[in-house]
Design a protein. Structure first.
Length: 74
């Protein structure tokens, strides 16, 4: 059962893309590391953000190897 206090924040964070989500996660982790428990439920939020971060992390597709390189047009 999701925590009703962190659910709105994680629902908002689910819509973010990789660079922004990573920055928010790193910032919250650094704040929580320097000053413990400054943000209520910071540990739960960090676990949720880390899950979303890993879920949004995808490998870039490599071009097929059997396609010959194109020549520049003149």
């Amino acid at each position: 059962m999701p925590n009703p206090l962190t659910l709105p924040f994680l629902t908002w964070a689910r819509r973010l893309r990789y660079p922004t989500l990573f920055k928010i996660t790193a910032l919250l982790f650094a704040i929580d590391l320097v000053v413990p428990d400054v943000v209520p439920f910071a540990d739960e939020i960090l676990l949720g953000l880390g899950t979303l971060l890993l879920a949004s992390w995808k490998e870039r597709k490599q071009p097929p190897l059997d396609v010959p390189p194109q020549r520049p047009s003149r």
